[in-house]
Design a binder for this molecule. Structure first.
Ligand SMILES: Nc1nc2c(ncn2[C@@H]2O[C@H](COP(=O)(O)OP(=O)(O)OP(=O)(O)O)[C@@H](O)[C@H]2O)c(=O)[nH]1
Ligand SMILES: [Mg+2]
Length: 373
């Protein structure tokens, strides 16, 4: 699927930078930020838009969602110039905006931009990737700000996107690894996410086409247009390669594949932790060597996913890859109904605000309306 990625703010920019490192044929990208320094580090993205230059002098909005939204509102023409040019030349099948929900620029700017994009390009779906922050080790004032921004921007975003994929940094924490810096951990999340999304988005582009093609229209049908919230599950096992007998790995049979498929929707395997039952739609992609894509196991795994998600019919696509050393299942679950993690964050914000002087960031009601400022 041809995608125009828009990386908004620092997290968004870096995620899109990782995506651009994976498939330049299918992807195009624009990075937007209020902070000049963050834009300059994105080496895989050629199109960069610095907004709020005069008001902020290229120094960012300091986690202020209101300010992020109002700068974006004033910069719509500037952003749309770049986007319009790209849309005309590249004819994307979807526009996908990535941003951290806990900051100011991306969290506040993305929904303002999404609103405009949906008005202008009626035939192109506008999806979001919302990064939920991990607050481990943060001082409590910073934690409160990150969490309240997340809760607030998630609420705002939900009115404007055709679908929002949530990516929770906390899901990628490795409690036993102590030597990883925050930067390294972000990089790992970004690369993981970019790899998973690229497998999904390029599965339908393989030539000659596999048995079961996962086309753009199936991705669109899974994500829908009604503002569903989605999460993506991933489970993978290293296989034994005969020519490399000294390496570990398994010789996969049908049981192993069934188990990989089923485990792809376990809570720890998801980009956002949720009970997947009650979802609206789901799709499964199995990536592996052609001889390991057992039809029978896939069909059993798929019906297991149908039980777990309570989705009537889970869509499916093959991703045969002769050179891979893994057998993996990726499951997109869209229209999730379990937001326990968000509720926990809301509670934590109240707790933190009750125990210290709060720094209020109220997104004014007018911002929820489409026409602002
Ligand atoms: N996964 C991931 N998360 C990140 C990355 N960078 C930052 N984050 C997270 O995203 C949150 C939002 O921060 P930023 O993206 O820096 O915010 P911004 O949109 O630039 O907004 P301001 O800097 O406040 O203007 C942070 O609190 C981090 O939790 C990244 O590269 N990858
Ligand atoms: Mg920033």
């Amino acid at each position: 699927m041809r995608v125009l990625w828009i990386g908004f703010g620092q997290a968004g920019g870096k995620i899109v930078n990782s995506l651009m490192g994976m498939n330049r044929r299918l992807y195009n990208a624009i990075a937007i930020n209020t902070e000049e320094a963050d834009l300059s580090g994105l080496q895989n993205i050629r199109h960069k838009v610095l907004i709020g230059k005069y008001a902020l002098r290229g120094r960012g909005v300091g986690s202020d969602i209101d300010l992020g939204a109002s700068i974006a509102e004033k910069s719509l023409a500037q952003m749309m110039d770049s986007i319009d040019d790209m849309v005309r030349r590249k004819d994307p099948e979807a526009i996908w905006i990535a941003a951290g929900l806990g900051g100011g620029t991306g969290a506040g700017g993305s929904f303002v931009l999404a609103n405009e994009l949906k008005k202008i390009y009626k035939h192109i779906p506008v999806y979001g990737i919302g990064v939920v922050p991990s607050v481990a080790g943060m001082p409590s004032d910073k934690e409160a700000l990150n969490l309240s921004n997340t809760v607030k921007s998630f609420e705002l975003w939900s009115h404007y996107f055709n679908n929002i994929l949530l990516v929770d940094n906390q899901q990628f924490e490795q409690p036993n690894v102590t030597r990883e810096s925050v930067e390294m951990m972000f990089q790992r999340v970004n690369e993981n996410l970019a790899q998973t999304l690229t497998t999904i988005l390029s599965a339908g582009e393989i030539r000659p086409p596999p048995q079961e093609v996962f086309s753009s229209s199936e991705i669109k049908a899974t994500l829908g247009l009604i503002g569903d919230i989605s999460t993506i599950g991933y489970c993978s096992e290293e296989i034994k390669v005969k020519s490399q007998f000294w390496r570990a790995g398994m010789d996969p049979g049908t049981r192993e594949l069934e188990s990989i498929i089923e485990r792809s929707v376990d809570k720890p395997a998801l980009t956002f932790p949720a009970d997947v039952s009650g979802a609206r739609a789901a799709s499964l992609i199995v990536h592996g060597r052609p001889e390991h894509l057992f039809t029978q196991a896939i069909s059993v795994g798929k019906s297991r996913l149908e039980d777990l998600t309570t989705v009537g019919k889970v869509r499916y696509g093959d991703f045969p890859d002769r050179r891979t050393k893994y057998l993996s299942a990726i499951t997109i679950v869209s229209g999730i109904t379990d937001f326990t993690r968000m509720d926990q964050m809301r509670k934590r914000v109240q707790e933190l605000n009750g125990s210290m002087p709060s720094r209020h960031h109220t997104v004014s009601d007018s911002l929820v309306e489409p026409s602002i400022i």
